[in-house]
Design a protein around this ligand. Sequence first.
Ligand SMILES: O=C(O)C1=C[C@@H](OP(=O)(O)O)[C@@H](O)[C@H](O)C1
Ligand SMILES: C=C(OP(=O)(O)O)C(=O)O
Length: 429
Amino acid sequence: MNSITITPVSSVKGEIHIPGDKSISHRSIMLGAIANGITTVKGFLRGEDNLSTMKAFRSMGVRIDDDGETLAIHGKGLHGLTESSDVIDCGNSGTTIRLLSGLLAGQSFFSVVTGDQYLRKRPMKRVVEPLVRMGARIMGRNVGNLAPLAISGGALNAIGFESPVSSAQVKSAIMLAGLYADGETSVREPSLSRDHSERMFRLFGATVETFSSGVTVRGGVELQAQDITVPGDISSAAFFIVAALITPASELLIRNVGVNPTRTGVIDILISMGGSIELLDQRQVSGEPVADILVRSSQLKGIEISGAVVPRAIDEFPAICVAAACAEGITTIRDARELRVKETDRITAMANNLHRLGVMVEECEDGMTITGVEQLGGGEVESCGDHRIAMSMSVAALIATESITINDIECVATSFPTFYPLLEQVSGR
Ligand SMILES: O=C(O)C1=C[C@@H](OP(=O)(O)O)[C@@H](O)[C@H](O)C1
Ligand SMILES: C=C(OP(=O)(O)O)C(=O)O
């Protein structure tokens, strides 16, 4: 297991480009594979999670050419996928296994999907239950809640589903199954999660209607191939935004970042904490809002975070916890129970790691309370196999009194293989 030791820096400066958005990259392969014609994708994220999705579709007979810059996905049409000759390994990727399960529920062949030791602990009932209601036969460990899942799909019936959690993975799995259902399938969620599927379905010509916190998809409509440009991932940019905010004398321009309003909770939260963050040159690319983000070091203050902003910032909480640890006063995070079922339990992981650096953190079932400190201490912390924990703690190390060693950092390749070279670049090392 690799570790890294990071020493404090005096400032974070420069201009960077962030790699492609992970959520949009997954969806471009999935929709490209079942569309008619050749879909091209520029800016595709070559992280482990997206490579798992690519491999899964190749195993179902989809030709995907990659010249190192652009992907060309040779779509097979709505009913052209073929049975994989082996178990489909989704690696560490919750998005792959859950969205794929929705798609496989509509196929008239048999599939088994599984993943690594972390993914095999994450709850699948949230997608299995509605997909079974639509007519798929799905079996899995723990009464169908844990992977491996065995899926026998076929003709589906449309349902109206009220999801108890705000989850784009649940919503998107049902939307994909809905393409194969007889009639109109709708999903409602407590508050709106990321809407990349809604946007991309529309781009490919699906019949989709959105309403407040919900979506309806019509079955049986063929999709048409598209040329897609994937913007930079705001979830990856978040580590650099926090790095520039908490490090003195910093100014960082982050180019070409997706700023879809269902993803910008992190910016709203950090601005409320007193962060100097400006969105420049806002534009639309492939149906998604994009901007350059200018960040300057700021004195942050503690705030209360709860409610509808939480799903809009769900993957950024580890980075937000680091900002809170450096803020003046107390930050409370509530309504964030979902953090307990990510790659690791992100509430406990961040509480334990920040504790080791001398920060007072109190956990509660759906969140935590963090009391900011003037100076983070040094020490040794654990990624817990979770890319976002590893990267957050690496950012914390930039301003600690002494060096911090982060253990087990291979997981960073899940979503951001070039994270450490970029961190070196902006640190002037
Ligand atoms: O649909 C997606 O692309 C994602 C949805 C979110 O998960 P949930 O749907 O479980 O909240 C997020 O945490 C994940 O990184 C990507
Ligand atoms: C939770 C995440 O991804 P997934 O659910 O796709 O594993 C993440 O990237 O933070």
